[in-house]
Design a protein around this ligand. Structure first.
Ligand code: PLP
Length: 453
C-alpha cells in the first residue's frame, strides 16, 4: 500500500483538524516550524517519553518540544514544583524581585562560571536579542557576525544565512549574507556578516578586514545542536575575537544542559564573553537567560544611574548610559521553579541520558550498516541527528546540504507510521523518561522502515 495513503488513513483526524485550523491561522500553524507535508500530526496527550495524537496513535517522542523537555512529558518533579509554587504564591508574578531569580542565578553560575551575572528573558530569541544589544553597547560597534547555517532566533539581525540555497550562498570561504525572510530590511545583508563554520583561516581573513565594524561573533558551538566545532576552531575563534575587540557569544539555547550539564563551554573548556540559554531550563515553559562577564552585564544595571538617596530623581531613569532591558514576564516564578526542579533531576540523571543516547546512536549506526545505507549519527550528550551521507565527517552547513534529505524525509514519514516521532528532518533529543524499552522499540521500528525502503 502506498505510504501517502497509509499516512492519511492513520491520521484522518489530524488532517481534518488541520483543515479547520487553516481557516483561522495561516497554514493552520502558529509557528512555521510546526508545518510539514502531507500535514502535521496533531497531538493531544503526552506522558513520559510518549505523545499521543488526536487519532489515538502512540509515539515515542524524540522531538520533545524541540529539545526543551529533557525530563520528558509531565515529570512529577515539574508538576509538583508548579503545584507548590502556585499554592504558595498564587498566579502572582509579583512584578518585584523574588527569591527564585537569585536561586536560579546561583545555580547557573555554578554550572556556567562564565555567566557571572545574568538576566532573564521569555525566550531564546529574546536572549540573543539582548546579548547582541549588550555587545553593541560594550564595544560601540554596530555590526555582528554569525555562522552560515546557525540559528539564533526569529529577529531580523540573525535571520541571515540560516538556511540559504547553495545558489545564493556564495563562496564557501566567504559566504554571502542571505536574508531568510520576506519583510526583512536589506541592510542586514551588510550589517550581519556571515562566517564559514570550522574554517579558522577564512574567519580570520574576514575578521581582519571587517573587525572595526563587528561588535559580536555569535555562534552555536555545535551547529544545530549537533555539528561540533573542532576544538582548535573554537579556541582559535576565542583568541581572534579577543584580539579584535569583539565579544564572543555562545548561543547555548540548544546545547545548554544537553551536550553537557554545563553546555558546550564545559565540553570545550572555553569561556565566552556572553552566553544565552533557553529551552531545557524552562522545564517546558518559555524562558531565556543571558549571562556573562560582570562588567558587560552591568551595562543593564539601573542602579548606578541615580543617587539612591535623592528621592526627587525619577525611579524609571532612561539615562542613556543604561542599556534598556525589561519585560512583564521576565523571571516568571512558576517557570523558574520548574527550571530549578529540572536542574535537581538533571544533576542526578544526566549521565544516564547521555549513555542511553550513545547506545541508541551506536545501534542505529550498526543497523544502517546492515542495510548498506551510509549514515552518521552526529551529536553529543542527549542530542543528535541522523545524516545520510557518504562523508566520514560533517563539519558545516554545506556538508549537511550535500546529505540525502530526500531519503531522510521518506524515512521519517515512515517512522511516524511506526510510532516514532520527530518532525521530519529534525534532530533527535532524548529525555530522562526514555529507557532501554524505548530504545529497543525505536530500533525495531527503524528495522521495519529500512526493510521497506
Ligand atoms: N538560539 C538557538 C540556538 C535555538 O536553537 C533557538 C530555538 O530553537 C533560539 C535561539 C530561539 O529560541 P526560542 O525558540 O525560545 O525563541
Amino acid at each position: 500500500v502506498d505510504e501517502g495513503y497509509r499516512y492519511r488513513e492513520r491520521t484522518l483526524k489530524s488532517q481534518s483538524f488541520m483543515n479547520e485550523a487553516s481557516e483561522y491561522m495561516p497554514g493552520g500553524v502558529t509557528a512555521n516550524i510546526k508545518y510539514f507535508t502531507p500535514h502535521p500530526i496533531v497531538m493531544n496527550k503526552a506522558k513520559g517519553a510518549y505523545v499521543y495524537d488526536v487519532d489515538g496513535n502512540e509515539y515515542v517522542d524524540y522531538l520533545l518540544s524541540y529539545g526543551a523537555l529533557k525530563l520528558g512529558h509531565g515529570h512529577e518533579a515539574i508538576t509538583k514544583a508548579i503545584g507548590d509554587q502556585l499554592e504558595e504564591q498564587g498566579t502572582c508574578l509579583f512584578g518585584t524581585p523574588h527569591h527564585y531569580e537569585v536561586e536560579m542565578a546561583k545555580q547557573i553560575k555554578q554550572l556556567y562560571p562564565s555567566m557571572e551575572n545574568i538576566r532573564y528573558t521569555n525566550s531564546g530569541t529574546e536572549a540573543t536579542l539582548l546579548a547582541l544589544r549588550l555587545a553593541r553597547a560594550y564595544t560601540g560597534k554596530e555590526g555582528i557576525a554569525k555562522f552560515e547555517g546557525h540559528y539564533h532566533g526569529g529577529f531580523d539581525e540573525v535571520l541571515v544565512s540560516v538556511n540559504p540555497s547553495l545558489e545564493q550562498a556564495g563562496p564557501e570561504q566567504e559566504p554571502n549574507s542571505v536574508l531568510e525572510s520576506k519583510g526583512m530590511s536589506e541592510r542586514h545583508k551588510n550589517t550581519t556578516i556571515t562566517l564559514p563554520f570550522n574554517d579558522l583561516a577564512s574567519c580570520e581573513e574576514i575578521l581582519r578586514k571587517k573587525h572595526q565594524e563587528i561588535g559580536a561573533v555569535i555562534i552555536e558551538p555545535l551547529q544545530g545542536g549537533f555539528i561540533r566545532a573542532s576544538q582548535s576552531f573554537i579556541e582559535g575563534m576565542r583568541q581572534l575575537t579577543k584580539e579584535f575587540g569583539i565579544l564572543f557569544i555562545f548561543d547555548e539555547v540548544k546545547t545548554g544542559f544537553r551536550v553537557a550539564l554545563g553546555g558546550a563551554q564545559e565540553l570545550y573548556e572555553v569561556q565566552p564573553d556572553l552566553t544565552t540559554l533557553g529551552k531545557v531550563i524552562g522545564g517546558g515553559f518559555p524562558v531565556g537567560i543571558v549571562g556573562g562577564r560582570k562588567e558587560i552585564m552591568n551595562i543593564t544595571s539601573p542602579s548606578h544611574s541615580a543617587d539612591v538617596f535623592d528621592i526627587s530623581q525619577s525611579q524609571t531613569s532612561n539615562a542613556s548610559d543604561v542599556l534598556f532591558h525589561s519585560g512583564t514576564y521576565n523571571g516568571h516564578p512558576t517557570i523558574l521553579a520548574c527550571g530549578l526542579a529540572t536542574l535537581e533531576v538533571l544533576k542526578k540523571e544526566t549521565a544516564d541520558v547521555c549513555n542511553l543516547t550513545s547506545e541508541l546512536k551506536t545501534e542505529l549506526e550498526h543497523l544502517f550498516k546492515q542495510y548498506s545505507i551510509p549514515m552518521l549519527a552526529v551529536g553529543e550528550g542527549s542530542i543528535f541527528n541522523i545524516v545520510i551521507t557518504d562523508k566520514k565527517n560533517i563539519s558545516h552547513y554545506r556538508d549537511l546540504q550535500a546529505s540525502d534529505f530526500k531519503l531522510r524525509k521518506k524515512m521519517d514519514l515512515r517512522l511516524l507510521l511506526e510510532g516514532i516521532y520527530t518532525k521530519p528532518l529534525n534532530r533527535y533529543s532524548v529525555s530522562t523518561a526514555h529507557t532501554a524499552v524505548e530504545v529497543e522499540k525505536t530500533i525495531e521500528a527503524f528495522r521495519r522502515v529500512l526493510n521497506d525502503l
